[in-house]
Design a protein around this ligand. Structure first.
Ligand code: ATP
Ligand code: MG
Length: 754
């Protein structure tokens, strides 16, 4: 540990140092952008290890992206050495997915449960909407998913949802009366597929901690220190997890900036900051006011904007840095011209200041704005990377292979089965697939059992074809048990026929798809070659992959201009920042604007964007833009008017300040006072699923009789009401105490006779 660095305390100002060295007890640091919050959190961890000799594995740090966690870890490593690897660090989702895997059985899940990504969730919802014969224009997958997601993030279980007349009324008002039923069915279907969606990772962690005090206690003992960055963007579900974990030792340190809260639409709430003060009366509050990131011009301009918000904590952010250049405003006639002007501005600055591409970022409100920028950058030979958008792991061929891998690990992963069963074409029709799923659901059997016995449910060819697929999957599963993720995946790519099919396609797209699959195999190889890693199984790899966020995948060492949405840019900094598309309806976004609170959130987003810039900020807008396939006239954003004019200059080459006058005449027409739904109705969730008794073992059911009490692995306790048929087809109707009446095929049902 010769490179270990000891003078880290000298790199902090007095209040920052206070935040680092007072490691005990609840601490909250709410401070403006660029004031060193993340640095305080990083050094606090280093100090715990270096000075107080706290074991790294008893420190949990929660960040907004896995990439942020990685950077923090590297920084800490520079101070304390490679011990830093044992820190428990990552996003809420990745950290608690890990814990859920260890404790899955408590919730009735296997430890190899699948994590459904948003696509899987939407596909499943579409299937349910169809099966329930609902109008798919009314029950759009993303509308339904958002509603379910919002409920989960408020810890409203489907039972609570169905029992609460407020939701029923609300859904009736929105002409979607079946929403509660959809929520219920969706949860059930995920459960029978042994799958959790992203929101479940938090929801179920809350259930786990609430209903299993022994589990909670174990982790309370283990994690002696809990730290959270970007605290303003945690939702109530995340907050409660943190609060429970820290309840015994109370060593919880949070840092954030209420002015940068930009996820209210996902349930994040300034309320958490206020709750924190209430929940920890002896809280130590630290204020930081000096900004180390940006020029005076940028800091003051950002202040002038955020001061327009009424719902902010009072802060006085200042900086000792240089005055710097004025903010530049570029006016373009069209979105394509905007791209050209930005690209040439970058090119010029790059030459004048001898900067590398990596020092430039283009930020926009929505992903679709990247296209014009990309074209222009390409024409100027400026290397760039787009963070977000259609990422590598969302490409069809990648999802195809991953579907195979998922189904190998989890034989009940319905979405993975649906995707892989006919790839390459095996002539298995949608009717056949549907039949398998329906049988499994009607007979309450694991999907895999039905598939293994496909021939008894499907006549003729269908049965044989499913049989072949089942045999193939079984052979892969055998490999997965013995070999690591790479060997298994390479075998699957080859023996499934996927690679061969792609190889045969000699179009440019086909070739690039083939290369992408090879690239995935490379990534898996890298995973298994990692010496630090203990678990090299396929299942470990899959877990890692599902929780990567888009920005985690991008290679930040590359010398490229960064393009991304403002949401993605949180916590980052660049010398030169370009915020494009400064137009009404685009930014602030029309879709998000239905109340004053929404406008304030858009303004905070603008504040986040401005404060990413270290040296120079440029803003641009276009007078015409293609949106949703039509050319539209645009008005400059009202936000341009909100910057104190002392800090801004209009680029004379391109426009004049007169162009802005139309923004002044903007009438705020959308200010409907949209009363927020009664938050006092948030109820804590009850567990949606039965957790089997610790000694649960299926009984021999040959002697099962009517009137007997039984326990089912998933449906819980119940009483047998009817026994039907004999032998392999013997069925029992069971009236379960909570899950209602079910008919079970006894040869498959996991029943315990009590
Ligand atoms: P954000 O609100 O955007 O997340 P932040 O408050 O987390 O910002 P940091 O990212 O920690 O701020 O710090 C901003 C910049 O200032 C970084 O480049 C950091 O290295 C630098 N910095 C922070 N504190 C100091 C200090 N005491 N001396 C010199 N530089 C500092
Ligand atoms: Mg930060």
């Amino acid at each position: 540990a010769s490179e270990v660095q000891a003078d880290y305390l000298n790199e902090l100002n007095p209040p920052q140092r206070e935040g680092v060295v007072n490691t005990e007890g609840p601490t909250m640091l709410i401070a403006g952008a660029g004031s060193g919050k993340t640095r305080v959190l990083t050094y606090r961890i280093a100090h715990l290890i270096q000075h107080h000799h706290v074991e790294p594995f008893s420190i949990m740090a929660l960040t907004f992206t896995n990439k942020a966690a990685k950077e923090m870890r590297e920084r800490i490593e520079k101070i304390v050495g490679n011990e830093a690897r044992n820190l428990y660090m990552g996003t809420f989702h990745s950290v608690f997915a890990r814990i859920l895997r260890s404790e899955a059985s408590r919730l009735g899940f296997p430890s190899n449960f699948t994590i459904y990504d948003t696509d899987d969730s939407k596909t499943l919802i579409r299937q349910i909407v169809k099966q329930m014969k609902l109008d798919d224009k009314l029950y759009k997958a993303n509308v339904v998913l958002n509603r379910i997601s919002a409920a989960k993030n408020r810890l409203v279980s489907w039972q609570d949802y169905l029992n609460n007349p407020i939701y029923a009324q609300d859904d009736a008002d929105n002409m979607r009366p079946e929403m509660g039923k959809l929520y219920q069915t969706y949860v059930m279907r995920c459960f029978s597929a042994d799958a959790m969606d992203f929101d479940d990772l938090l929801f179920n962690t809350n259930v786990l901690f609430q209903e299993h005090p022994d589990v909670l206690n174990k982790y309370q003992q283990r994690f002696k220190y809990l730290l959270i960055d970007e605290f303003q963007d945690t939702n109530i579900s995340q907050y409660l997890i943190a609060k429970r974990l820290a309840a015994v030792r109370q060593n919880i340190a949070v840092v954030g900036d209420d002015a940068q809260s930009i996820y209210a639409f996902r349930g994040a709430d300034i309320q958490n900051i206020l709750n924190f003060e209430r929940d920890y009366p002896d809280l130590k509050v630290i204020k930081l006011e000096q900004n180390y990131r940006s020029t005076k011009t940028i800091v003051n301009a950002a202040n002038s904007v955020i001061n327009k918000n009424t719902a902010q904590l009072q802060k006085n952010v200042w900086t000792d840095n240089d005055e710097g250049d004025l903010i530049e405003l570029i006016k373009a006639t069209s979105d394509n011209e905007e791209g050209k002007l930005i690209a040439s501005a970058i090119f010029e600055t790059k030459m004048q200041t001898q900067s590398s591409n990596a020092e430039f970022a283009i930020l926009y409100r929505t992903n679709s704005q990247s296209r014009a920028m990309e074209e222009a950058l390409r024409r100027n030979n400026l290397k760039y990377r787009v963070v977000g958008g259609l990422s590598f792991y969302q490409r069809k061929e990648i999802k195809d292979l991953i579907a195979y891998l998922r189904f190998i690990v989890n034989p009940n992963d319905e979405q993975a089965m649906r995707r892989s069963i006919n790839l390459p074409k095996r002539g298995i029709g949608p009717g056949t697939i549907e039949k398998l799923v329906v049988v499994a659901s009607e007979e309450n059997q694991p999907l895999w059992n039905v598939m293994e016995n496909a021939k008894s449910y499907l006549g003729g060819r269908g049965g044989n074809q499913v049989d072949e697929y089942v045999t193939l999957i079984k052979s892969f599963r055998l490999t997965a048990e013995k070999k690591d993720a790479y060997d298994t995946a390479a075998l699957v790519a080859k023996n499934s026929g996927l690679l061969k099919e792609l190889y045969a396609d000699k179009t440019i797209e086909g070739m690039s798809r083939y290369e992408n699959v090879q690239e995935l195999l490379n990534a898996i190889k890298e995973f298994t070659d990692d010496k630090e890693r203990e678990d090299k199984s396929l299942s470990a790899f899959l877990q890692e992959v599902t929780l990567l966020t888009d920005e985690d995948r991008s290679d930040s060492n590359e010398e490229a201009v960064t393009l991304m949405t403002i949401h993605m840019a949180k916590g980052l900094e660049f010398n030169h920042v370009y915020i494009v598309g400064m137009e009404e309806d685009l930014f602030p976004s029309q879709m998000m604007l239905s109340s004053r609170a929404d406008l304030e959130e858009e303004r905070r987003l603008f504040y986040v964007a401005i404060t990413r810039a270290k040296k120079k900020l440029t803003l641009s807008y276009a007078l015409n833009r293609y949106r949703f396939g039509r050319l539209k006239n645009c008005e400059p954003s009202r936000f341009l008017e909100e910057i104190d004019p002392r800090f801004i200059k209009v680029n004379k080459k391109f426009g004049s300040r007169a162009a802005l006058s139309s923004a002044e005449s903007y009438v705020t027409k959308n200010f409907v006072n949209n009363l927020k739904k009664d938050q006092s109705n948030r109820k804590f969730a009850s567990a949606p699923q039965h957790k089997p008794s610790p000694d649960f073992q299926p009984s021999d059911t040959s002697g099962l009789q009517e009137g007997m009490r039984v326990e089912h692995a998933k449906f819980g306790f119940g009483k047998v009401t009817v026994i039907d048929a004999e032998g392999a087809n013997k069925k029992a109707k069971v009236e379960f105490d909570t899950a209602g009446e079910k008919t079970l095929l006894l040869s498959f049902a996991k029943l315990r006779i009590i």
